[in-house]
Design a protein around this ligand. Structure first.
Ligand code: ADP
Ligand code: MG
Length: 558
C-alpha cells in the first residue's frame, strides 16, 4: 500500500497537503471517524479519496447529486483511479458490471446516491466486500434546518450499525453551530474527531448594494473589469433566470440559463460549457453550484437576496477557488425581504421551523445593512473572529455615510401604528408620502394625521429606513401579507430617549441618461434601428416599475 503523501504526489500531482487534509487522512488511516467542516473549494474530496486509495478495500462515497458524481468520477478515472458510480442514470447492465468489479475487488471508489445505498440489495452487496471507508459528502443535507435537506440522509446513521468497523467521514461547507451539532447527532458522529477550518476567503471582495436598477447595476459591474471573465449570476425565480440570461446575451455576453425546470441535457450542457469554455456567465437559481469545481470563477452576483447567510456564503464561495481576486456582488431590496418572508410563511414547516427561517433571513438582511466590515460580520456568523476590519469589502473601502434618522423612524413607526400594524411596507410608504391611490382611500388612510408627513423622502429612501428598522429590531414583518408590526424596542425611540443613526443610500448615477447609454452603447452602427432600442428601453423601464409596456414615462428621457 502506498502512503498518503505518495498518493498525493503521484496520483493527484500535488506537492503539499492543505490544512487540515493530512490530519483528517491520518484519522481515517487509524480507522477513526471524522467530521470535516471546510469552506467550499477548501479541498474536502482528497480527505476521503486518498485514504480510500491507501487503505485496503473500496471506499463508498455518498453524494446527493448525480451531476456531481459524474464529474468527480470522470476526473478520478482520468487520473487512473478505479472509480465508478451507481445511480438511476445507469443502465441495468452497466450496474451489473460495476457490481462485479466491486465483488472482485477491482474498485477503489464507488459513488452512490443515498437512496441507492439504502436499498437492501446494495447494503447486502456491500456486506460481502471489503470497505475502506464511508464518506458522506455535503453532509449538511441531513439538516432539516438547512436549505438542501434530503430525507434519505437521515437514514445514513444505519451505516454505523451495519458496518461498525468501517470508518466514516462526513464533510460539509455549511457550518453554523446548529447545523454542525445536527450533523453530528443525526449521523452518530459525536465521538468523531471534528475538523473545523477557517471560513475566511480573503481573496473574495464582498460588495452589497441596494437595488436601484438592477440591470443597469449588473451591466456597470460587468463592464467595469469583468469583461471576458467567468461568473455566476443568481436569481430567485426561474422566469428571472431566463429573462436575465436572454438580456445578457443581447448585450453581447455568453450567458446560459440554469435551473431545475430545464431539461437535464440542457443543464448538463450549460454546466459543461461553463467548465470548459472561457468567459461564460451562468445565470442560475440555487439549483446551480453544489460541488461545482471551477477554479477561475471571477465573480458571483446575486440579483436577489439569498435566504440565509449560509446560502450567501456558500454561493459566493464558488468564486475564486484559485485564490485570485474575485468579487461577490449582491443587489438587494425590500421586495426581496417581503418575497422571501412570504415563502417562509407559506412553506410547510412547523412554527418553530418558520421562526428559525425568519431569524436566518433577518441575519442576512442584517449583513446587507451593516455599517462596519462585512467580512468581520460574516466570519462572526460562523463563530470566527477577525481582529481587524478586512480593508477590502465595500464598507472598508468606502464607509457609508450615516444620518440622524430618529425623526424619520418616528414618522414611520407612527404611520405603522396608525394604519393598524397589518399593512406591508409599500402601503405604509404610500400613506407617508401622501398618495391617494385606491387602497389608501379604501381604508380611509388619507384621513390619517400621518398621511403625507413623509413627502420629503423618496420611495427608495423610505424603503431603506424600513429595512434598517427591521434589521435593528424596531419593526417585525409578519404573516402572509408581510405586515409591519412594532416591537418593544420602539419605546425609547418614541420617547426621545434614543437617537438612531441610519446609513445613507449610495449616490445614484443620473438615471435616464445612464439607462439609455447602457442600451444604446452596445449597438453596432446601423445594426439595430433606433426604435427597437427605444422599445427595449421602455420595456425595461416598464418591467422595473411593474407596469404594462405601453405606459408612457414622462420622467425618463427616451
Ligand atoms: P471542496 O469539496 O472542499 O469544495 P474540492 O475537494 O473540490 O473542494 O477541491 C477544490 C480544489 O482544490 C480542486 O481543484 C482540488 O484539486 C484542489 N486541491 C485540493 N487539495 C489540494 C492540494 N493539497 N493541493 C493543491 N490543490 C488541491
Ligand atoms: Mg466537494
Amino acid at each position: 500500500m502506498n502512503s498518503p503523501q505518495h498518493i498525493l504526489e503521484h496520483v493527484f500531482g500535488y506537492t503539499h497537503f492543505r490544512d487540515p487534509q493530512e490530519a483528517v487522512i491520518n484519522t481515517l488511516m487509524a480507522s477513526d471517524d471524522a467530521l470535516v467542516l471546510m469552506p467550499t473549494g477548501g479541498g474536502k474530496s482528497l480527505c476521503y479519496q486518498i485514504p480510500a486509495l491507501a487503505r485496503p478495500g473500496c471506499g463508498v462515497v455518498i453524494s446527493p447529486l448525480i451531476a456531481l458524481m459524474q464529474d468527480q468520477v470522470e476526473a478520478l478515472q482520468e487520473a487512473g483511479i478505479r472509480a465508478a458510480y451507481l445511480n438511476s442514470s445507469i443502465s441495468y447492465d452497466e450496474a451489473q458490471a460495476i457490481e462485479n468489479q466491486l465483488l472482485y475487488g477491482e474498485l477503489d471508489l464507488l459513488y452512490l446516491a443515498p437512496e441507492r445505498l439504502l436499498q437492501p440489495r446494495t447494503l447486502a452487496l456491500l456486506q460481502r466486500v471489503e470497505l475502506s471507508l464511508f464518506a458522506i459528502d455535503e453532509a449538511h443535507c441531513v439538516s432539516q434546518w438547512g436549505h438542501d435537506f434530503r430525507a434519505d440522509y437521515l437514514q445514513l446513521s444505519c451505516l454505523h450499525e451495519q458496518f461498525p468497523r468501517v470508518p466514516r467521514i462526513a464533510l460539509t461547507a455549511t457550518a453554523d453551530k446548529r447545523t454542525r451539532a445536527e450533523i453530528a447527532l443525526r449521523l452518530d458522529l459525536e465521538s468523531a474527531r471534528h475538523f473545523v477550518s477557517s471560513f475566511d476567503r480573503p481573496n473574495i471582495q464582498y460588495r452589497i448594494e441596494p437595488k436601484d436598477n438592477q440591470r443597469r447595476q449588473l451591466l456597470q459591474f460587468l463592464k467595469n473589469g469583468q469583461e471576458g471573465q467567468a461568473g455566476v449570476v443568481y436569481c430567485l425565480s426561474r422566469a428571472k433566470v431566463e429573462s436575465t440570461a436572454e438580456w445578457l446575451s443581447q448585450q453581447g455576453y455568453t450567458a446560459l440559463p440554469y435551473h431545475a425546470g430545464l431539461p437535464a441535457e440542457t443543464r448538463a450542457e450549460h454546466q459543461r460549457r461553463f467548465l470548459r469554455e472561457e468567459g461564460v456567465i451562468v445565470v442560475a437559481t440555487i439549483a446551480f453550484g453544489m460541488g461545482i469545481d471551477k477554479p477561475d470563477v471571477r465573480f458571483v452576483v446575486h440579483l436577489d437576496l439569498p435566504k440565509s447567510v449560509e446560502a450567501y456564503y456558500q454561493e459566493t464561495g464558488r468564486a475564486g477557488r484559485d485564490g485570485e481576486t474575485s468579487i461577490a456582488l449582491l443587489l438587494y431590496g425590500l421586495e426581496d425581504v417581503v418575497k422571501l418572508g412570504q415563502m417562509v410563511e407559506s412553506s410547510e414547516g412547523s412554527e418553530e421551523h418558520k421562526r428559525h427561517e425568519r431569524t436566518r433571513l433577518n441575519a442576512m438582511l442584517g449583513l446587507c445593512e451593516m455599517t462596519s466590515c462585512r467580512r468581520q460580520a460574516l466570519l462572526h456568523y460562523f463563530a470566527e473572529t477577525l481582529e481587524q476590519p478586512c480593508g477590502n469589502c465595500d464598507i472598508c473601502l468606502e464607509p457609508p455615510a450615516t444620518w440622524d434618522g430618529s425623526e424619520a423612524a418616528i414618522k414611520l413607526i407612527s404611520c405603522v401604528y396608525r394604519t393598524g400594524q397589518r399593512f406591508g411596507a409599500s402601503h405604509v410608504i404610500d400613506v407617508l408620502r401622501g398618495s391617494d391611490n385606491e387602497k389608501v382611500r379604501k381604508f380611509n388612510h388619507d384621513k390619517l394625521t400621518t398621511h403625507g408627513i413623509g413627502k420629503d423622502f423618496s420611495g427608495s429612501e423610505w424603503k431603506a429606513v424600513v429595512r434598517q428598522l427591521i434589521v435593528r429590531g424596531y419593526l417585525e414583518v409578519e404573516g402572509e401579507f408581510q405586515g409591519l408590526k412594532l416591537t418593544e424596542n420602539c419605546r425609547p425611540l418614541l420617547r426621545g430617549e434614543e437617537k438612531l443613526q441610519l446609513r445613507k443610500l449610495p449616490k445614484k448615477a443620473p438615471r435616464a441618461q445612464t439607462r439609455n447609454t447602457a442600451v444604446l452603447e452596445d449597438l453596432e452602427p446601423g445594426e439595430e434601428p433606433l426604435w427597437l432600442a427605444l422599445r427595449s428601453c421602455r420595456k425595461q423601464l416598464a418591467e422595473e416599475r411593474g407596469v404594462p409596456p405601453y405606459v408612457v414615462f414622462h420622467d425618463a428621457t427616451l
